[in-house]
Design a protein around this ligand. Structure first.
Ligand code: GLU
Length: 383
């Protein structure tokens, strides 16, 4: 089996034409701020891949960390306003370092700063996509980060792992490499368990209990292995494999592409979801919850059907028609996925538990017989 996995991985790496590489602050910065050696090494390795005719997009953190090292005299470090301001200082330093490092290899880089709002709007999503594809056609290496200076909590992607997963969909990449400070994914937390083993392959990430593996470090937005695995799971859903590998190890990229076994390779799902479903599930914010009964769970999960009002037992939150909502199994409390609702919350409350043929009598008209159509529903959304 391992030989088979290895062969498959080699094929994917050899054929990859459009790669999103994400690098975290912990890799890029040392005690004195941005580590020029790491940036130079990255530029060297990425340029090599680029010379092989591959398109590369780099999602780079490090703006806040680099800015903090400049503003050492500032005392209040945790508040949002501080981070927004220091990111402005750090981002220009980060880009300057990348520009110089890549120029040594005759590569042109471009800075792209995005907010969640940009990718939520279909028009801006397409604008971002067109610009990125244009840059790639000019053989430029886009360097992407969240526009930290203008984001407030509600606009945040969560972290750059989540941002990188959205970029995969944005440009239709075929490989995701997440350069991190850990060696890869372990079967339990190596800081707590000395018998923890590195997993060289994850065949089916949807079956993995991420919370168990990450042992408590599950809060979104704090980074850590959980957010990397969540991003890898999203990538797998659109058919993109992920390699989680240490960016601290010297020449990791070069070694991996030469066939060395480093890090953890996560297989894509065999049946990928549509990019539209991916977009609605991960670019929009969910506005409420719809709890469903056993019959609805069976229809949605095992028969791939739409959700009818008859299967709804409770509606939580206030939302409008067309909002993204979570669908929850009322019995187990488990989330089944997310979808766009055909009715606003007040209407759903009136028609829940009722047959679709009764909708007209209750609401005065029956615009849709489904509460959520299966085309607008992503089962197993990785949230
Ligand atoms: N955008 C932040 C920065 O550049 C980092 C966010 C993250 O690493 O998830 O500092």
């Amino acid at each position: 089996m391992l030989q088979e996995y290895k062969k498959y991985k080699e094929q994917i790496l050899n054929r990859a034409k459009k790669i999103v590489i994400k690098v975290g602050s912990a890799v890029l910065t040392g005690a004195n701020g941005l580590d020029p050696r790491v940036i130079n090494r990255l530029a060297d390795e990425i340029s090599l891949l680029h010379d092989q005719g591959r398109d590369i997009l780099l999602v780079s953190s490090g703006a806040v960390a680099a800015g903090c090292k400049v503003m050492t005299s500032c005392k209040v470090k945790e508040c949002l306003a501080y981070k927004q301001a220091v990111s402005a200082i750090g981002q220009s330093r980060l880009m300057h370092a990348y520009d110089e490092a890549f120029a040594r290899y005759n590569k042109i880089t471009a800075q792209i700063l995005l907010t969640k709002d940009d990718l939520k709007s279909r028009e801006r999503f397409l604008n971002a996509r067109n610009t990125l594809l244009n840059l790639l056609s000019w053989k430029v290496i886009p360097i992407i980060n969240e526009n930290d200076t203008v984001v407030v909590q509600e606009l945040k992607f969560g972290d750059n792992d989540a941002l990188a997963a959205l970029v995969l969909n944005l440009v239709e990449a075929d490989l995701f490499i997440n350069l991190t400070s850990a060696d890869g994914v372990y079967n339990s937390n190596p800081m707590k368990d000395k018998n923890a083993k590195l997993l060289p392959y994850i065949k089916d990430i949807s079956k993995l209990d991420l919370e168990e593996i990450c042992q408590g470090k599950t809060t979104q937005g704090t980074g850590g292995m959980y957010s990397k695995l969540l991003a890898a799971r999203r990538a797998a859903q659109i058919g993109v494999p992920t390699l989680i590998v240490s960016g601290k190890v010297r020449f990791a990229l070069e070694r991996v592409f030469s066939g060395e076994e480093l890090g953890t390779f996560i297989f894509p799902e065999e049946k990928s979801i549509s990019r539209r479903k991916f977009w609605l599930a991960y670019n929009l914010d969910s506005r409420g919850e719809v709890l469903v009964d056993k019959g609805a769970v069976e229809a949605i999960v095992n028969q791939g059907k739409s959700l009818l009002p008859a299967g709804i037992v409770d509606v939580r939150g206030k939302f409008g028609k067309g909002a993204l909502v979570k669908v929850i199994d009322a019995e187990s409390g488990e989330s089944l996925g997310v979808g766009l609702t055909n009715y606003k919350s007040s209407e759903l409350k009136q028609i829940m538990g009722r047959k679709s043929s009764e909708i007209e009598n209750i609401l005065g008209q029956c615009a849709y017989s489904e509460a959520i159509h299966r085309d607008n529903f992503l089962l197993g959304a990785a949230l």
